[in-house]
Design a protein around this ligand. Sequence first.
Ligand code: S3P
Length: 429
Amino acid sequence: MSTLTTHKASKLEGELSLPGDKSISHRALIFSAISSGTCEIHNLCSGEDATRTLEMFRHMGIQAEFPGGTFLSVTGKGLYGLQEPSTVLYTGNSGTTTRLMSGLLSAQRFFTVLTGDTSLNQRPMKRVVGPLRQMGACIHGRNDGHYAPLAITGSHLHGIDYLMPVASAQIKSSLMLAGLYADGPTRITEPALSRDHTERMLEHLGIPIKRKSETVEITAAAAIRPERYDIPGDISSAAFFIVAALLVPGSEIMLRGIGVNPTRTGIIDILQAMGGRIELLNLRTVCGEPVADIFVRASRLKGIMINGGIIPRAIDEIPVIAIAAACAEGTTVISDAAELRVKESDRIATMTSELKKCGVTVQENEDGMIITGTEQLEGARCQSYGDHRIAMAFAVAGLIANKEMTIEDSGCINTSFPEFMPKLTELIR
Ligand code: S3P
């Protein structure tokens, strides 16, 4: 198993572009594969998770290649052009692949089996299996569909009116993909708005959907047009550099072309409320998604309360926000975040235990953490628990710790951001 060590940095300086947003990459791959022609995807996320989705489509007869190594060219076969794969489809560590594809595959005319790695096969799947079954899907899985492997026999679906118990873009998008094939409208309401990349991409593709606050309604589509997708830099990857630049004294960095969809910018709002000097410049829209350059300067941070509707807007960034909180003056209280317990690791438990190793006072609660900022983080030997965002959060902590920080089992960083260390090294002076 690989380990990663980071050291105290004197400052971070310079500018970077980042690989494409992981969530948007999955969706661009899906809509390209079921489109009726050749699509181009530029700046596709190079992480293993997006590759799982791509590989899955290759197993279902979709041709996709990188001509000249720049963009991905995908030849779509239409809404009903996918072929039954001859093997089990492996989704690795990717919850997005498993859940979104479950919706799409429920409506195909063939049989598939999805399975993932140890962590993925312990994550809750009933949240998609339940409503998909209500739509007429035929899905079997371990423990009555609570866990993968999932076996799906494609069926004729009908729309439902579904009130989601948790805010989750994966559940919403899975049902929307099923709804693209269903008889009658599929109406989905969330308790708080989660990332809306599926909605924006469908709107950009000219597919009529209805949206009103936390409700979205979709009806069957006749066809998906071929498209060129330009994927913005991933704000969830940018988050690590934003926090690093805020914490390392004297730092000043510019991150170019980052996605700043308001359903994802909870990290910016939270860090600004903590006193972070972050500016969004050159705001523009690309393929229906807001994009900006993000300018960050080292700042003194203070503890705040983080709860309510901002949680789904920052859900993947809580590990690195916890590092910022550990270095802030005062106490930060994170609550309403029980969803963190069912991510790639139980992020409340894993952040609490690893922050304690760095000398931080943390109280673990059922739905969050209370973190008391410290003057000086201690370098330690931390575990990633196979969770990419835990590994990168502690790599950032190493830049301001009193001695080196070692992260065990750091290979998981490749699931979302293989370029993390080379890009970080580019900024370190
Ligand atoms: C994602 C949705 C979120 C997020 C995940 C990506 C997506 O998960 O944590 O990393 O692309 O739809 P949930 O829908 O489970 O909140």
